[in-house]
Design a protein around this ligand. Structure first.
Ligand SMILES: O=C(O)CCC(=O)C(=O)O
Ligand SMILES: [Fe+2]
Length: 401
């Protein structure tokens, strides 16, 4: 795997860093000892903090560079060209969301994005079909940038491959056969891509994190006041997320992005540490930040954790591009609780009461549609006016997908 960086051992880093795991310690056929270490490190990371940095995945660096480059090229198009594929035209929540039109925790996010999923025809639905089946359908592609379609579909396919390997490792890390989850993902697994650009808080804007957010307020410090909301604190709704970060860079000047190889400062992606603070997810070259979503938390009976995270806006004169890939089962799948070994079951704390603002549904399509309806209210109004929001869901929180 020539494009992957040097090979650190599977190990948990200190409290202020995410653990770094090398997938070759799992896939290498002669690495039996490494493999056990890898599974132990994976299990530890998925419990706490629920996030890790994954290297050794074999995704060619040419492809990761290409997806970042086409993302930048798209975001640099004139607004009118981007709005040609605005997501309000799509009942499948595909296409461009302009700055401030996505809502998390009831507040606008200071990011623009394109949502892309597996390219499938829209379904012909009857009145009794569940509304989440409307999520399947074609993407919207920018006419001005045909290479975006090619790069995005290649990236979706490649990340789907890595996700399947990791799903097998996850089953094994829970003391189950590696193919335990294969039936869940065998038919029409759902791969979703968000190409994202974060911009600084406009001068004088009041947009910022709410100081009363649970994770911010837990230690009594107003750490969030005045910090721009790139994306507000949320848990991912799906099964597994892979984020490719390009770091925070100087904004475009005179037609060129200066110094394309050396991002500056913190990445802005922050993971709740469970004690009221945040762990900065560094932009590690060649690594994906991987995290557990709500569906997988539920399937593991909360042994593995979907952890709250957010992106803080870049400083003035800077921007940040990232690519988030979400992997989940087919929409009609209902995740059964996994038959965990007794030793692991004994480690699960007593059931926490469900969050009334964020019920998690075991039915995957229902849970996915819940996130979309609250994070993209304009699409919801245009295409889902006939669908009542799921009981208990306030129009707040969520990161889509
Ligand atoms: O851009 C990032 O680094 C993370 C994005 C994210 O958390 C999300 O879209 O769910
Ligand atoms: Fe997220």
């Amino acid at each position: 795997m020539p494009d992957s960086p040097a090979r650190p051992r599977a190990a948990s880093a200190g409290a202020a860093r995410l653990p770094v795991l090398d997938l070759r310690d799992y896939t290498a056929p002669d690495g039996r000892a490494d493999r056990r270490d890898f599974l132990d490190a994976l299990r530890a990371a998925c419990r706490d903090p629920g996030f890790l940095q994954l290297t050794g995945h074999g995704v060619p660096s040419g492809l990761t560079e290409r997806i970042i480059a086409v993302s930048r090229a798209f975001f640099d198009l004139p607004l009118a060209a981007k709005l040609e594929i605005e997501n309000v035209h799509s009942p499948h929540f595909r296409g461009y969301t302009r700055l401030g039109h996505e809502i998390t925790r009831g507040r606008p996010d200071l990011r623009e994005q394109i949502d892309i999923s597996d390219e499938r025809p829209a379904r012909v639905l009857g009145p009794d079909d569940p509304p989440y089946l409307r999520l399947d359908g074609p993407n919207q592609w920018p006419a001005a940038l045909p290479e975006l379609r090619v790069a995005a579909l290649a990236y979706l396919a490649e990340l789907g491959r890595v996700a399947r390997v990791l799903v097998r490792a996850l089953a094994e890390s829970l003391g189950l056969p590696p193919d335990h989850l294969d039936p869940t993902f065998s038919a029409e697994p759902r791969s979703h891509l968000k190409l994202l650009r974060y911009l600084p808080t406009p001068a004088g804007s009041t947009t910022g994190h709410d100081a009363a957010e649970p994770n911010a307020a837990a230690d009594g410090q107003n750490v969030d006041q005045g910090i721009g909301q790139g994306v507000g604190a949320h848990k991912d709704g799906g099964f597994l997320t892979f984020v490719l970060q390009d770091g925070v860079r100087s904004a475009r000047q005179d037609g060129a992005h200066p110094d394309p190889r050396s991002p500056t400062g913190p990445s802005g992606l922050q993971v709740a540490d469970g004690a009221g603070g945040w762990i900065e997810a560094a932009a590690v070259p060649g690594a994906f930040v991987v995290n557990i979503g709500e569906m997988f938390e539920l399937a593991t009976r909360r042994y593995y954790r979907a952890t709250v995270h957010r992106v803080v806006s870049p400083p003035p004169g800077h921007e940040r591009v990232s690519v988030a890939f979400f992997f989940g089962p087919r929409l009609s799948a209902t995740l059964e609780p996994m038959p965990l070994p007794d030793a692991l079951l004994a480690e699960i704390p007593d059931a926490e009461p469900p969050d009334p603002e964020n019920p998690i549904f075991a039915q995957h399509g229902t849970n996915t549609l819940k996130s979309w309806l609250r994070s993209h209210p304009e699409v919801a109004r245009r295409h889902y006016a006939d669908v009542a929001p799921p009981a208990g869901v306030a129009p707040a929180a969520g990161g889509g997908a």
